[in-house]
Design a protein around this ligand. Structure first.
Ligand SMILES: Cc1cc2nc3c(=O)[nH]c(=O)nc-3n(C[C@H](O)[C@H](O)[C@H](O)COP(=O)(O)O)c2cc1C
Length: 361
């Protein structure tokens, strides 16, 4: 998910268990082929995440084929094509969901890609463009014929964006229309919903988007329930540790990683201004220090000015945590206060203390 499921987040989700496959944020085929640093960074993944799919978007068959080759060279297990993004910036260039309106062209892209690489080429689509153009079953059949190895369907149209509900009856129809695996997607928030969809629709698997941003334990909980065990409880402290570990992973990425751990298209290192020392402060240390922080959460306003504002990589980390916290704090008692406090935080030490005083109270 663009802006959200970076390598650090994906690793942490995998560590909780139950997750079979992770997908990178979508990356532009143009950027991959031209070697644009930012794009290459979004495509990075680590050994720990396998199996991993790199998702690309674009509308030019030749460029998409070349981008797929880049993805294969990086060592990814799967290259996935985005045919679901409704955002005009993507969809206006015969890419993302607008490919669903040009099925012949979409098939050309998949054909060019499957000829160019030996790793599986998969497709993520929506139900269709709008309620008069719902064509996921037909498009899935066409793409199967030109070599797509699997299809994922988010059961809303592009016009719906995120309104209404994902149409799981339609997803089931797609699953019946093809013989390759079909993965269903949309609105699974509770672990039991995932299992229910699996049981009812004949899909090979379920993709979870927003649900995992709120609850990274959703797959582990679903796996436990499916094995007849109770879903593992996640305490407030577990949730706090997750965020602190996320900060540590982001701060430490590319520093002292073993050879072969991180897969990049080229050597990118835009963070030359590191103060690696801060990253030594591990999540556990902070957690221990704050375990007696008191029963209620009171944002500490003095924190805002206690440290110099972050720059460079640290500023980027703060922004990443802010983005995640918009989802992660939903439904938590006092979550909106925490969100406000995190959004006011300008330094890594203050961010850690804010998180610790909320989750380790
Ligand atoms: C912030 C955000 C970013 C997303 N980025 C992508 C993306 O890069 N590629 C993609 O295929 N879908 C992307 N999606 C769509 C989700 O993968 C998913 O299809 C959609 O949210 C519905 O599933 P859910 O109800 O489980 O969230 C994104 C969704 C959100 C909210």
């Amino acid at each position: 998910m663009a802006g959200m499921t970076d390598s650090a987040f994906r690793r942490l989700v995998k560590r909780q268990g139950g997750c079979g496959l992770v997908v990178t944020e979508m990356v532009s085929s143009e950027g991959l082929v031209r070697g644009i640093d930012r794009t290459l960074e979004y495509a990075e993944f680590t050994e720990e995440e396998r199996p991993v799919a790199v998702q690309i978007f674009g509308g030019d068959p030749e460029k998409m084929a070349r981008a797929a080759q880049e993805v294969e060279k990086m060592g990814a297990d799967i290259v996935d094509v985005n045919m679901g993004c409704p955002v005009p910036k993507v969809a206006k260039h015969s890419a993302g969901c607008s490919l669903m309106r040009e099925p012949e062209h979409a098939a050309k892209i998949i054909k060019a890609m499957t000829r160019a690489v030996s790793i599986p080429v998969t497709v993520k689509m929506r139900a269709g463009w709008n309620d008069r153009e719902v064509n996921a079953p037909e498009l899935a059949r066409m793409l199967e014929r030109v070599g797509a190895a699997a299809i994922a369907v988010h059961g809303r149209t592009a016009a719906q964006c995120y309104t209404g509900r994902s149409d799981w009856d339609l997803i089931a129809r797609v699953a019946r229309a093809v013989s390759i695996p079909v993965y269903g997607n949309g609105d699974c928030i509770e672990p039991t919903e995932l299992l229910q969809r699996l049981a009812e629709t004949g899909v090979a698997g379920v993709l979870v988007g927003r649900g995992v941003l709120r609850n990274p334990w959703i797959f582990a909980q679903a796996a436990a329930v499916s094995a007849g065990q109770p879903a593992p409880e996640v305490s407030l402290a577990d949730r706090g540790r997750f965020l602190l570990e996320y900060i540590d992973l982001l701060l430490n990425q590319r520093l002292n990683e073993p050879k072969g751990f991180r897969h990049q298209a080229t050597t990118v290192d835009i963070w030359q201004d590191d103060e690696a020392g801060l990253a030594q402060d591990t999540a556990e240390d902070i957690g221990r220090a704050c375990e007696n922080g008191g029963p209620t959460f009171r944002p500490d306003e003095s924190l805002a000015h206690a440290y110099p504002p972050a720059r460079g990589r640290q500023r980027w980390v703060i922004n990443k945590v802010r983005a995640l916290s918009a989802w992660y704090t939903r439904g938590l008692d006092g979550g909106s206060h925490l969100r406000v406090a995190i959004n006011q935080t300008e330094s890594i030490p203050a961010l850690r203390q804010t998180i610790a005083s909320f989750f380790f109270r």
